[in-house]
Every structure is written in C-alpha cells, then in structure tokens.
Design a protein around this ligand. Structure first.
Ligand code: NCD
Length: 322
C-alpha cells in the first residue's frame, strides 16, 4: 500500500474529516499500522517526539479519547499534560480564549481539544501557534474516532473498499456518525444510517450516506456500528421512551447476522442501544477499537508534527543563507 501514497504534505491541524483527502487517511492509517508494531514490544516507547509537548484540553467528559491521547504522546516520548474543565480555572469562569492563550505560553507543539461547542477547535487554531487536533466538538466532528474506526475495520476485514457499514441510533446528536460517514466515503466504503425519524437529521445524506428508519436495513451490512443515545444532548424527548427505543432499534443477538461485526465508540449503554450479549460476543470489535485508538492517535500526533511550520527565526536564517 505504501507505494500508492502520493507525496502530499501532512496537514497542520486535524479539525474535521471534511478537510481530509483520501491520501491523508491512507497515510495516517499506514503510519498507525507501522506504529502498532511497536506497541507489541516489551519496551513500548519510541523516541519519535522527544522534546515535543502535547497539551490535552477537555471541556467534556472522556475516558477513551483522553487516556489514549495521553498514552499516545507518552509512547512517542513527548511531554504531555491534560487539563479538564472541571477542577481548572474554567470553573472560575475563564474563557476558552484565555485558557488557550495561557496554555500557549508554554509553547506546546500540539493542543488536543474537546469542547461542547461546534467550531471551538477551529477558533483554538486561530489563537495558538500549536497544531490543533479536534477530540470532539459538540455534535459536529470527532475525526480521530472516525480514523480509528476505519483502522479497526480494515484490521478485521482486510479491506475498506466496498465495505458496507450500517450506523444505527442517535445520529442526530452524533459527531461520531458525521465523521465516520465522511471517512467511509473517502476510503470507498458504503454507509447507511439507520435511526428513528426524530433522530435522523435532515440532509445527512449530503455527507455521502443512504438513510433508513427501518432497523431491518442493518441486515445487508458487513458492520453494524451502534451509537450511544446521547441523553446529555437531548433537551426534549426524541423517543417516547428508552424502552421503546430498545425494542425497535436495540441491537440484540436476533438482529445480528452471522459474519457481521458490531462496533460501538463507547461508552456503551448496555441494555439500551446494545444488548450485553452482543457487546460481549465475538462479533463485537469494541476493545479492538480502543486498541486502534492508541495507534491511530500516535499516528495523528506524528502526522500533524512532521510538517512543523518554519519558525520566523529559522526562516530568516534560511533566507540569509540563500
Ligand atoms: C464518543 C464521543 O465522545 O463523541 N465517545 C468517544 O469518544 N469514544 C461517543 C459518545 O460519547 O457516545
């Protein structure tokens, strides 16, 4: 696959899958595959990002995304620190801009940001010289989740081209669904989103997917990708009751066909969108996704950093020499 990669430069930031080309996705997946090899060794640390600093700034709760970014930075020998909104000066009313300006005084190389507001990472990129990676902004984008998901699919199926993925559940509030539909389109896979009419955002097909409100639409797919019911983003009742949602759209053993893989970004609401018997079955790739998250986030940190901007001083020196 390496020889297919065109020589485009890595991107400075990773804000949205919509900013990526197919070659960007293929380059990051290839880097993740080679880095994954190092994770199986007894000594897991690589010197690649020694002397670099990665700051994680999380304004929303997280288990997998934050822990994997921290560990990814450490495995590449970068210095890393994590600021969570609660327990920081955000609690005291400090604005996002002031928080970013404060942290930027330490000259970080990368800021990884999760924020409930759509577009916050793009604003952060304007306020700092660091490379910015979006770790989830409201219901908009979660690009590293989409990359780790396609990586896990490629590992499980050995291909992405032509793979059919049914994304089921609370599509309306899901940044994971939006990013994943776009990423699947970039790698030549097919996406069908399946949700009750109230949780199916109008116009989602413009991102490059088919839509259905009928749960039986999942039977044609190679992968059933289950979304969490995002109750924290629901201001009103989108379904008559969770019990009814589970009855109509919950992923039970009866709804999974032999040979299908089941994925979930976590955290899972067992017994709501996914039956525990499915979550614990051999069809479930949930833990493979978490493992993929480490390799892919290492690859993303490496990718944004390999094209470091030329610092003004260095540029001056280069021009003087020329
Ligand atoms: C997702 C998120 O935060 O968007 N979780 C994650 O990053 N693993 C999905 C979710 O919260 O449902």
């Amino acid at each position: 696959m390496g020889e297919l990669l065109p020589p485009s430069p890595p991107r400075r930031h990773l804000l949205s899958v919509g900013d990526l080309e197919r070659e960007d996705v293929e380059r990051i997946l290839a880097t993740a595959r080679s880095l994954a090899g190092s994770l199986g060794r007894e000594l897991k640390k690589l010197p690649t990002l020694r002397g670099r600093t990665v700051v994680n700034v999380f304004y929303e709760s997280s288990t997998r995304t934050l822990s994997s970014f921290e560990l990814a930075a450490k495995r590449l020998s970068a210095d890393t620190m994590s600021i969570r909104a609660s327990g920081s000066s955000v609690d005291k009313g400090e604005s996002l801009k002031d928080t970013i300006l404060t942290l930027s005084a330490y000259d970080p190389d990368v800021i990884v940001i999760r924020h409930p507001s759509i577009g916050a990472p793009r604003l952060v990129a304007r306020w700092t010289d660091a490379h910015v990676v979006n770790a989830g902004d409201g219901k908009n984008q979660h690009p590293t989740q989409a990359l780790l998901d396609v990586y896990a699919m490629q590992e499980a199926f050995g291909r992405l081209e032509g793979l059919h993925v049914a994304i089921v559940g609370d599509v309306l509030h899901s940044r994971v669904a939006r990013s994943l539909v776009q990423a699947l389109g970039l790698v030549g896979a097919r996406a069908t989103v399946v949700a009750p009419p109230t949780l199916l955002p109008p116009g989602i097909d413009a991102l490059g997917c088919e839509t259905s409100t009928d749960i039986s639409a999942i039977s044609a797919a190679d992968v059933v990708y289950v979304l969490r019911m995002q109750r924290e983003r629901m201001e009103e009742a989108y379904v008559p009751s969770l019990r009814e949602y589970t009855a109509l759209y919950g992923i039970t053993p009866e709804r999974v066909r032999p040979g299908q893989a089941v994925m979930h970004p976590g955290p899972m609401n067992r017994g709501v969108e996914i039956d525990p018997r499915v979550a614990d079955s051999d069809a479930a790739l949930v833990i493979d996704q978490v493992r993929a998250g480490l390799a892919v986030r290492m690859a993303v940190l490496y990718d944004v950093l390999t094209v470091a901007p030329v610092a003004p001083v260095a540029r001056g020196v280069a021009e003087a020499v020329a």
